[in-house]
Design a protein around this ligand. Structure first.
Ligand code: C5P
Length: 230
């Protein structure tokens, strides 16, 4: 069984939340969202090794938080980069070859232990695994003009039955993901699967979870409280 490593991406500034601290540090029923995310993963796979990527300027804040709250799960703390891609690349330097590496957004505290476990198991016999959900909304391809006004892109039609939303955790073989992350940055790299795919790593898919939300905007906190109360 290959060891499991977890990279928790939490180096974003969270500007869409409009809060004083980045969203991963916001409290949800008395605990930072980031703590909840890490705890959920460790509960699923107790031996997992955790690499937490943080904004450089918030590293002292997080260390103090963990100390004061006796949050003792061992973490390798890494400073993030300018984009998520650069943050993951920094974290991968701390992950050994021969492992399965899961990359998970620090603001997705509701992934189920069952999904994490079943993905880790599937990864013993595949190269990359990504949870996805079919779209329930009708999707439109639009572009914003310089004035911010939306307009249709002529000729571009999206077939809803072919479009899925990708979630995290996404899992890979560590040496393969490291090789993929050695390529030059491209703005289309908004998740790890897009980086891996460009390198020719075959992707496998599994069913994601509706409650595995990415807490991004203020109203997501309302949803998060509702999920916690389930
Ligand atoms: O910006 P987005 O919502 O896609 O961010 C997804 C995750 O990536 C968040 O957990 C965020 O903290 C993280 N991130 C990062 N480094 C960045 C930007 C985002 O670790 N430079």
């Amino acid at each position: 069984m290959k060891p499991l490593w977890l990279i928790v991406t939490a180096a974003g500034s969270g500007t869409r939340m409009g809060a004083a601290v980045p969203k991963q540090f916001l409290f949800l029923e008395g605990k930072a969202i980031l703590q909840r995310t890490i705890e959920r993963f460790v509960e699923a796979v107790p031996g997992v090794k955790v690499v937490t990527v943080l904004p450089k300027e918030h590293i002292p804040y997080w260390k103090k938080y963990c100390l004061e709250r006796s949050f003792t799960i061992p973490q390798v703390i890494v400073a993030g980069g300018i984009t998520r891609f650069h943050s993951v690349r920094n974290a991968l330097e701390r992950v050994p070859d021969g492992a399965v590496v899961a990359v998970h957004d620090g603001v997705r505290p509701f992934v189920s232990a069952a999904l994490v476990r079943s993905m880790a198991e599937t990864m013993q016999s595949c190269r990359a695994l990504v949870p996805v959900l079919p779209s329930t909304d009708t999707l439109k391809a639009l572009s914003a003009g310089p004035d911010g006004v939306l307009a249709t892109i002529p000729g571009r039609v999206l077939d809803r039955s072919e479009v899925y939303g990708a979630q995290t955790p996404q899992m890979f073989l560590s040496e393969e993901l490291k090789a993929a992350y050695s390529q030059a940055f491209d703005t289309s790299f908004t998740d790890d699967a897009s980086v891996a795919e460009r390198c020719g790593i075959p992707l496998s898919w599994c069913e994601g979870e509706r409650l595995n939300i990415k807490i991004t905007r203020p109203e997501d906190l309302l949803l998060a409280r509702a999920i916690l109360s389930l």
